[in-house]
Design a protein. Structure first.
Length: 625
């Protein structure tokens, strides 16, 4: 059986770039492999360059001993983190336990060897085995790993283990880099979860407030393109040099302008066709001050429903198409006609989503530097908040530049860049083209890099027409508002019931904790019966079942989940503890009950906040209906 082909086939389905690199390896050059004829899993490795043999005597015996020692510590851990694949046997043994394993490997050839020795195809295909080359690993990849819901809960149990002392000896710096990057991503994820609840509450508040304006605005699904060329105008340092060309050709292309670029274009008397905003913060509203209403009379403003009220106030009665970001709490009100865009983290990513939805033949990026200019500037000349924003100086890294050199970027720009790189293949599959005509900054994989002038000369022939769009009739608007009113009523009733159940369980848990503390003070903890503890845990489990499965509550997961993430992290630490003896089992059950005090408290608080916002906005929105 050809394990290598099976493994590569599986890898091609989940990690095509790594698969392509392994295809380039035709044989092992640096390492010799010694397989015992009598026992094919008794495998030794020899590093010829460093004159290093992995195992002194019997590889299988040494690996089995290592497995047994690690099993004691990690038996209940669902996720394991290994540096190096070695000969693959230790990884395979833990995979056989049903674990999900992340492997960070510095040597492509060792992957080639392990893939030839063991069938890992099912584990790769189901992503129970995820492999990363250390030379290509960076913060964004780490952040993607730690941000996944199932992994997130167990972040406090993270520990990076080298599979062999070989990696400590020859790749210690790589090991330190991976560990440092993962810890940074873990901290970022936990911190972000803490902020995400407040952000989502603000977003829900804004969304509810803006529903009447949204139903009166142009539905996203009714907007049609007016050329085949969408020019996405961002505010990078290179934008200024492209403005003369953009002004010259503005009547021949569809201009998709991010909010920060609007004051710059307006000053140059360039009228964008669309202007995009997706942020909740009030600072964004500054981009819409002093609008030239004559110049922008045909422009359609494209804010999301969660933007700050001041943003919509400044846009005023200009043409609008208010869409929604694809969050649970925006989907909850069932208004797909106005569309869901803005899954990325920047207005430019949102504009790219829009261009894809309207199926422009060509999507062109300008001012999309996503990197510092050689003189250290972060934004174009004329940017509202200045040409050099110091906030981007934190957490910088070097990446490939537009012209093949290296350029400095920030952590957040790199996330924006990764979103483009992720989305471009999908666009190309639909027969659309993506051009990076920034002529500076970062290199965007998958895009065609050509000068802006060359693109315009080749692709602009006919003048564009004004975009035609209409809002729905007032009677239909009223229909949608009545439907939202009914949904809010139903959701509020359901959430009130869930909150009551959570609060009752919380009181039960508190009563149990008081009893446990009394028994502890009297040195009588051994008198506590397992059945008593199990009964309380059973009531907790009923609430957790509601939390995980209730259809209404799950719609507000963006709000409820972050509130209890820290409690979940502590619960994960308890979950993986041993419970082999009666004392260990009882202590684990007691700690489990104690930790759910916070879990229940946070959940009840999150639900109460959601109910409050729905009730307050309900009264304001529908007071005249």
């Amino acid at each position: 059986m050809d394990f290598y082909k099976k493994n590569l086939q599986a890898l091609s389905e989940v990690n095509a770039p790594l698969c392509a690199q392994l295809y380039s390896v035709s044989s092992n050059q640096k390492y010799e492999v010694y397989v015992d004829e009598k026992d094919p899993i008794n495998i030794n490795l020899y590093d010829k360059e460093n004159d290093y043999i992995f195992y002194d005597a019997q590889p299988l015996a040494e690996i089995t001993k290592q497995y047994e020692e690690m099993f004691q510590e990690y038996a209940r851990h669902p996720f394991l983190w290994f540096f190096g694949i070695s000969n693959g046997l230790l990884i395979k043994m833990f995979l056989n336990l049903g674990k999900t394993i992340f492997v960070f490997e510095p040597e492509l050839e060792l992957l080639y060897i392990a893939f030839n020795l063991f069938d890992l195809s099912d584990e790769i295909r189901t992503k129970r085995l995820q492999i990363f080359l250390t030379k290509e690993f960076h913060f964004n990849i780490a952040n993607d790993i730690t941000d996944k819901g199932d992994v997130k809960v167990f972040l406090k149990t993270y520990s990076l283990e080298p599979t062999h002392k070989y990696y400590d000896s020859f790749y210690f710096e790589d090991l330190q880099f991976i560990n440092k990057t993962m810890i940074e991503a873990i901290r970022n994820t936990i911190t972000k979860e803490g902020n995400a609840a407040n952000d989502s509450l603000i977003g829900l508040d804004h969304h509810l407030k803006h529903i009447p304006q949204m139903v009166a605005s142009y539905p996203l699904k009714d907007i049609k393109k007016n050329t085949e060329n969408a020019i996405i105008v961002s505010t990078g340092p290179s934008l200024a040099k492209q403005l003369p060309l953009l002004k010259e050709y503005q009547d021949y292309v569809t201009i998709l302008c991010i909010d920060a670029s609007l004051p710059i274009l307006q000053k140059e008397k360039i009228a964008p066709d669309f202007v995009f905003s997706l942020e909740r913060v009030e600072e964004t509203a500054r981009f819409y001050e002093n609008l030239d209403r004559e110049l922008l009379k045909d422009t359609i403003f494209m804010p999301t429903s969660i933007v700050h009220p001041k943003t919509l106030e400044n846009i005023g009665d200009m043409k609008k198409a208010i869409s929604m970001r694809p969050f649970g709490y925006t989907y909850a009100f069932n208004m797909p006609k106005w569309g869901y865009i803005g899954i990325g983290m920047s207005a430019a990513n949102m504009a790219f989503d829009f261009a894809y939805i309207l199926k422009f033949k060509n999507i062109v990026l300008i001012g999309q530097d996503l990197a510092f200019a050689p003189d250290g500037k972060t934004h174009s000349k004329g940017a509202i908040y200045g040409e050099k924003e110091e906030q981007y100086e934190q957490d910088t890294l070097m990446i490939k530049g537009y012209y093949g050199d290296e350029v400095k970027t920030s952590k957040w720009w790199h996330i924006f860049l990764s979103t483009f790189i992720h989305d471009i293949p999908k666009v190309k599959e639909d027969g659309m083209n993506v051009y990076n005509c920034t002529e500076g900054g970062a290199y965007i994989d998958g895009a065609i890099h050509i000068p802006f002038k060359d693109f315009l000369i080749e692709n602009t022939k006919e003048k564009k027409q004004p975009i035609e769009a209409e809002s729905i009739p007032q009677a239909k608007q009223l229909h949608y508002l009545k439907r939202v009113k009914k949904i809010i009523t139903l959701y509020t009733q359901r959430l009130e019931w869930i909150k009551s159940e959570v609060e009752n369980t919380f009181l039960n848990v508190m009563k149990t904790i008081e009893m446990l503390e009394q028994y502890n003070d009297e040195n009588r903890l051994e008198e506590i019966e397992f059945d008593q503890l199990a009964a309380v845990i059973g009531t907790i489990d009923k609430i957790k079942d509601i939390y995980e499965n209730d259809k209404v509550l799950r719609k507000f997961g963006n709000i409820t989940n972050p509130y209890i993430v820290n409690a979940e992290l502590e619960l994960a630490v308890i979950m993986v503890r041993p419970s082999d003896t009666e004392i260990e089992k009882k202590k684990k059950m007691i700690d489990w009950i104690y930790e759910h005090k916070s879990w229940l408290f946070f959940l009840a608080g999150a639900i109460e906040n959601v109910i409050y916002l729905m009730q307050e906005n309900y009264k304001e929105i529908y007071k005249n209906m």
